[in-house]
Design a protein around this ligand. Structure first.
Ligand code: FES
Length: 92
């Protein structure tokens, strides 16, 4: 078993439309999660890097949000146009 050196946790929490803001649903974190997973595979970063979904990371407003460990780096309000730059960060 290979233990990943980097883990990107992507919040996919989805709340009801009339509830507090969340990363899932219309913020599209599920689509971005798939794009990031595809990118990690395409760039040959597995198994050194792993992208995984998670529940609420506690920052909610203005999402989607993701957290990179062990660097402790946050990605806020990112979108499809940011996928390549996030992949660059995972590759570094
Ligand atoms: S819903 Fe994504 S950080 Fe809370």
């Amino acid at each position: 078993m290979t233990v990943p050196e980097k883990l990107l946790f992507v919040c996919v929490n989805e709340r009801a439309p009339d509830a507090k803001e969340s990363c899932g649903g219309h913020h599209g974190s599920g689509e971005f999660l798939r794009a990031l997973k595809d990118g990690v595979k395409r760039r040959g970063l597995k198994p050194r890097v792993r992208v995984t979904h998670t529940g609420c990371l506690g920052v909610c407003h203005g999402g989607p949000h993701a957290y990179l460990a062990p660097e402790g780096r946050w990605f806020h309000a990112w979108g499809a146009e940011d996928v390549d730059s996030i992949l660059d960060a995972l590759e570094a």
